[in-house]
Design a protein around this ligand. Structure first.
Ligand code: HEM
Length: 450
């Protein structure tokens, strides 16, 4: 009989500050800290943040173990649970039986044919927004993309119009993004969120503002008592059904808030970085314009055009490689388990830094370069499964993956067909890790009609 090989001890990691460990380095420059750890210590790096122990995993096989093979040994991390104040126990944060029931309930709204029907809303919303754009205008492109993706997710999933509220929603989201960034950075979290400090009061007001938007959508549908067959109807009907899976008002609110928030900022960030990259790579922008001209001519894009727009799609994929909106995924160990043969104990936080994995030269030639054509000829099929994972993987993979790809490609096509966007001079835009990897400040870009 052969006995199992003995478990491997964990390799070495940074020692950091004697009390705070790597907390200060993480808070100062999260992305730089991950990159430095990978460079100095390799594929699996133990770290310490104050009293908390963590492990950074950079190898696709280890990532697959965490997200797929051993996913039952992990739950969402305390970092992402900081969002509970806003998202409650919706799909992104729930666990176990509640999560599974809700995922099954929500899934039909994301079936392929269903998503295809959303395409029309996406292009119509883009056309409405573009009607207000003029040659020579200078805009904050991130604010524009946020407003557009908000309108789209509210209309497609909840048949609600939030176009008059985009400013208020954006303001509240900014407050919450900053609060999340600050809390994630201060890992000791000396001030609990219930203490009425000015910052906590500001955050509470922002949550209340977003609650108003969400409760208005729910109340409007309840009043009309109509079954529109969309996600909001699915949620409300499940609530009415007395079959043991009844959802409380709070659960409906949490799901709507989660889908509304998870369903717009990520795609907006992906598009904002795409415009930023296109402005720096006129040759790619010219290739995009060529494809759009030859496939679409003057007519707006539709879902049926998607298979004929491979270069447009490669641009989106490449932009999310360099600037993955979800720049890292984190979990906490709940059952004794192992990764790459190393034993892991409950409580440990495992971080999978997408930002670094997507820029690893073992998987991508010239990894810092923006080269959409690298995705031609089936690169995605040749890569290890978790060398490129902008939407995560395993059971907790993004439910909006197909929705988001279609939306990003259609919006990119609809806008780039009409306008070229160039950066206004003198800007330094930094990838800033809040909940998503926001470009900060929002790039100011000038419109030139094609
Ligand atoms: C480019 C756009 C998007 C990116 C990069 C993205 C990325 C991700 C990632 C990485 C996860 C997994 C997180 C984890 O494992 O901890 C996730 C989960 C999720 N995403 Fe997305 N997402 C995008 C768009 C969307 C859209 C459009 C929707 C909805 C309309 C959405 C809804 C969700 C939900 C509900 C979850 C939680 C799923 C679950 O745990 O069952 N996302 N997303």
């Amino acid at each position: 009989m052969t006995s199992a090989p003995p478990p491997k001890p964990l390799p070495r990691g940074p020692r950091g500050h004697f009390l705070l460990g790597s907390g200060p380095d993480f808070a100062r420059d999260q992305l730089g800290f991950y990159a430095e750890c990978a460079r100095e210590y390799g594929d699996l790096v133990p770290v310490r943040f104050g009293p908390r122990r963590g492990l950074l995993a950079f190898h696709p096989d280890a990532i697959e173990e965490v997200l797929v093979t051993r996913n039952r040994d992990f739950v969402k991390s305390p970092g992402v649970r900081l969002l509970a104040r806003l998202l409650g126990n919706g799909l992104l944060l729930s666990e176990g039986a509640v999560w599974l029931r809700q995922r099954r309930l929500v899934q039909p709204a994301f079936h392929r044919q269903r998503i295809a029907a959303y395409g029309e809303v996406m292009t119509a919303s883009a056309a409405r927004r573009l009607a207000g754009w003029k040659d020579g205008d200078v805009l904050d492109v991130h604010a524009e993309m946020m407003a557009l993706t908000q309108v789209i997710v509210a209309k497609t999933l909840f048949d609600a119009d939030v176009s008059d509220e985009s400013y208020a929603i954006a303001q509240a989201s900014n407050v919450l993004a900053e609060d999340f960034g600050a809390r994630l950075g201060s890992l000791l979290q000396l001030v609990p969120s219930w203490v009425p400090t000015p910052a906590n009061l500001r955050t509470r007001r922002a949550v209340r503002r977003l609650d108003e938007v969400v409760y208005r959508m729910i109340a409007a549908r309840r009043r009309s008592a109509e079954d529109r067959g969309d996600l909001l109807s699915i949620l409300l009907q499940a609530q009415d059904a007395d079959d043991g899976s009844r959802m409380t008002d709070q659960q409906v609110r949490d799901e709507v808030m989660t889908l509304f928030m998870a369903g717009h900022e990520t795609t907006a960030v992906a598009l904002s970085w795409t415009w930023y990259l296109l402005a720096q790579h006129p040759e790619v922008d010219a290739g995009l314009a060529d494809e759009l001209r030859s496939v679409l001519g003057e007519r707006p894009p539709s879902v049926d055009d998607l298979p004929a727009l491979p270069y447009t799609e490669m641009i989106v994929s490449e932009s999310m490689r360099l600037y993955p909106p979800a720049y890292g995924i984190a979990r906490q160990v709940v059952n004794p388990t192992e990764v790459a043969g190393h034993p892991l104990s409950p409580g440990l936080i495992v971080i999978l830094p997408t930002w670094v994995v997507h820029r690893d030269r073992r998987w991508f030639d010239d990894p810092e370069a923006f080269r959409p054509e690298r995705w031609a000829d089936g690169l995605a099929r040749r890569l290890p499964r978790f060398a490129y994972f902008p939407f995560g993987g395993g059971p907790r993979q993004c439910i909006g993956n197909g929705f988001a790809m279609m939306e990003a490609v259609l919006l990119l096509a609809a806008i780039a067909q009409r306008f070229r966007l160039t950066m206004e001079p003198g800007q330094r835009v930094t990838p800033t890790p809040y909940v998503t990897l926001r470009p900060e400040p929002g790039p100011r870009m000038r419109l030139a009609r094609r």
